[in-house]
Design a protein around this ligand. Structure first.
Ligand SMILES: [Zn+2]
Length: 440
């Protein structure tokens, strides 16, 4: 590994600086020793070509939102990667892109891939690392002379982050039948453009979307490689880990009802200030989560009337909470609610809690997970608190995830990074997994 590379500031394309030396000299991914057959672009070349697409020059972050121009450019990049390797390219009815080595209709396929869209001002690695690594791993398999006995495919799932229409994993949800046509057609972006309109403008038929069980039935295993969104690997000697599960998580809206009044004339003892109750609830959330080994975050808040010289009448805070199991999560949220109500009683503030969403725990297929860990020589097996397409698909087909070490753990930010050598280790690990699964 190159630990030093990870501590350098991220460059414009997300790589640690400096990144302007020739690929081979810099030890960059896909350098001359990669052995890529034919004219297939190396990892470094793929990364370089993808890097400028949808980058916001002011923040250095990415704005690759579903069915926008940047998304179209990413999708054209994917198609070109498939075609330059002689892979069979197709877009499915839900707008997910596929590149096949072998017969797509043969069944029992081994599929890898991730997504190319981003959150607002997201990092370079979340999603693209999995897609670029997939093409590079396929090249490595070919360079090894591996002979897959099962079809192999690389997928780019559409609209994973949900940055534009507010719902994550739209492409995989539709395919898995976890999002109805009506609900999909009702999705709108901040400008009022519907998902259907956006798809149509990008040249995709919105009437064709929907569950695709026939496609999923032809897949024997899905493995998603992703940059780690935490620091579990950072202090270990391992560049790559395997996912055990995705923590259950949910969102709860806390409404704190008080009484609006004058900030200059209302005596302290006469106030019913919901901001006070809210502030104490934020502190309680941190404490309860810490004691339970869980996570609890108030990251969004709205205030009425929102005046500097007015005691608020209503404070509305949104709690995001996650834990290793559903019992712990339920207990933590209940304790936070209890703390809010008790404090509200003292403050003369009414507290009302609404659960807005909940996602149960996702346990990745144990057989596949254990097989990956064995193929990779006993790498760490660790849970994650983030949702993924792999989490959606795990309910339908055997699914696994691999994580590449992230030295800072930062994600969904331009500061997201991974050392070049770790990315290369990820490519080799993915090639080992694909070979182990498809060539036995
Ligand atoms: Zn992602």
């Amino acid at each position: 590994m190159t630990a030093a590379a990870g501590s350098r500031p991220a460059g414009r394309d997300g790589w640690a600086q400096p990144d302007h030396r020739p690929a081979a000299e810099a030890g960059a991914p896909g350098g001359a020793d990669r052995g890529t057959p034919g004219t297939a672009p190396s990892f470094h070349e793929m990364w370089r070509d993808l890097a400028p697409i949808g980058r916001n020059p002011e923040s250095g972050g990415y704005r690759r939102f579903a069915w926008t121009g940047a998304d179209t450019d990413c999708r054209e990049w994917f198609k070109a990667q498939a075609e330059t390797r002689g892979l069979t390219y197709e877009t499915d009815r839900n707008g997910n892109q596929w590149a096949w080595l072998g017969d797509p209709a043969a069944g029992d396929a081994v599929v890898t891939g991730s997504h190319l869209d981003s959150v607002p001002d997201g990092g370079a690695f979340d999603g693209p690392l999995g897609v670029v690594s997939s093409f590079a791993a396929l090249d490595e398999l070919r360079a090894r002379g591996a002979r897959p006995g099962r079809p192999l495919a690389i997928v780019n799932f559409g609209d994973e982050e949900g940055a534009r229409f507010g719902l994550a994993c739209v492409g995989s949800r539709l395919t898995a039948g976890q999002l109805t046509l009506d609900k999909a057609h009702a999705l709108r972006d901040a400008d009022g453009v519907s998902l259907a309109q956006a798809m149509e403008r990008a040249g995709h038929d919105p009437e064709a979307i929907g569950a695709d069980p026939g496609r999923l039935a032809r897949i024997g295993a899905f493995v998603e490689l992703h940059v780690e969104q935490g620091r579990a690997l950072a202090d270990t000697p391992h560049a790559v880990g395997v996912a055990s599960a995705i923590w259950p998580h949910g969102r709860w809206r806390f409404d704190f009802h008080g009484e609006a009044n004058h900030a200059g004339t209302t005596r302290i003892e006469d106030r019913r200030d919901p901001m006070l109750t809210y502030a104490n609830t934020v502190l309680a959330a941190r404490k309860k989560a810490r004691l339970a080994g869980a996570l609890a975050t108030f990251g969004k808040v709205s205030v009425e009337p929102n005046g500097v010289n007015a005691i608020a009448s209503l404070v509305r805070g949104w709690l995001d909470s996650r834990a290793a199991d559903e019992e712990t999560l339920a207990a933590v949220v209940a304790e936070i609610e209890q703390a809010a109500v008790e404090r509200g009683t003292r403050d003369g503030v009414g507290v009302h809690v609404t659960r807005e969403s909940f996602t149960p725990v996702v346990e990745f297929a144990h057989d596949l997970r254990d097989e990956l860990a064995t193929l990779l020589g006993g790498v760490p097996v660790l849970p994650t608190g983030a949702g993924h397409d792999a989490g959606i698909l795990s309910g339908v087909i055997p699914t696994a995830m691999m994580f590449v070490r992230n030295p800072t753990g930062v994600s969904h930010s331009p500061a997201e990074t991974a050392a070049e050598d770790d990315c290369l280790a990820g490519v080799t690990a993915l090639a080992d997994v694909l070979e182990g699964l498809a060539c036995r």
